[in-house]
Design a protein around this ligand. Sequence first.
Ligand code: PLP
Length: 475
Amino acid sequence: MSDEQSFGEDFARVGRWIETYLAHPERYRVLPAVRPGDIASQLPQAAPEEGESFEAILADFERIIVPGITHWNHPRFFAYFATSAAPAAISAEALAAVLDVKVMLWRTSPSAAELESVVMRWLGKLMGLPDAWTGIIYDTASVAGFTALAAAREALGLEIRERGMSGRDLPALRIYATAHTHSHIEKAAIALGIGRENVVAVACDDEFRMDPDALERAIVADVAAGRKPMAVVATVGTTSMTSVDPVPRIAEIAKRHGVWLHVDAAYAGVAAILPEFASLLEGVEGADSLVVNPHKWMFVPMDLSVLFLRDEATVRRAFSLTPEYLSTTDGEVRNYMDYGLQLGRRFRALKFWFVLRHMGAKAIRERLRDHIALAQRFAAWVREAPEWEVLAPHPFSVVCFRFHPAGVSDDAELERVNAALLEGVNGTGEMFVSHTKIDGAYALRLAIGNLRTTHADVEAAWNILRREASKVPVS
Ligand code: PLP
């Protein structure tokens, strides 16, 4: 049999496996019952010298790998930001692997480069972003955020690109965020030589939103002390409790002080495609960059994050560098290698195109609405139940809550009880929730974002939570 013939059979076998898996991911435990090292210990210490049959590899995939998988596809996966991929995108990923193009220069795949630009315009339109903004695809919001902050640093005009930051007299560069900003901003500050100490945690109001007056005071104080404001990061949908910073006022302040404004809308930005959330991105026209993650809540498989830029030239100034072997005579084309650290990039636009075309915007909107409605219903159950409480506003599809047994008021005891409850619930394998801390209070966090999650799943989760809570010893 030729390689191509056997490939056809192997691929058909994989297709059948995928079909069976996706029909019933709920057959599996959500969190696998494995201990650290259990999977690695079943695998050989070295790669095989001789090739093995595809059948043998697939058998080991089922026997060794699948039992150690955390099933994000499970309809009762409620941890972190729950996600799932539209099946059309899975096929598109296979096609992207077949083509195996590197989207770096326009000529290394014109279709990939041009489809990326088109699909980004579609997304910008759906979200109501300014027409003139450019969307660029990155792997993750962390990398997109890093890229935006590198552009903010470049925009200062301090010649850091050429002269670096060491061995010269530079003011401390400052980034303004809040205690609820995602940690990748601090990581970017580390990588960009800004330093964690220069990420300023601006105070928030009692709904976990940045206080714009506190932001302005921080900027003014820094300037007076000889420090250099570099960027403000506003979040639309914070990671822990999905609070939304007041972007219009923040944008005014950033503009007044000439500071780059980056809006992190990684999770919640997608909600802007709903007419009822049309005001969600109010004020972003005053921002310099915005990140949104179709791989979080738009049914695109990991990974696909989008950075929208008011002026793409700043990112190009920060990153473009063309060695001779990559120079071309293609003229006015977008060479995606100029927009970040990566040279070769995956053909990610293909899967997004398949999702947008196969589901259509209408079905995506309906699913987002379902998720939001399910989360609101869950929050209502929690609120109405004695000995349970909701701990933060829940404008989207995430609810922070806790079990609060009568007579317990001590924070440490509440934390112990809820941490034990989390372990108990997740140990069942029937569902998976995660936790966070809200101003020091330990909170359970239920996130809905999976295409397969139904009312029955959320109801089952609520029953499991109450059942397991009744087993937790309370002192
Ligand atoms: N920004 C926010 C608000 C997030 O919630 C997250 C992850 O949950 C990120 C950024 C990082 O996302 P990524 O995993 O795409 O880097």
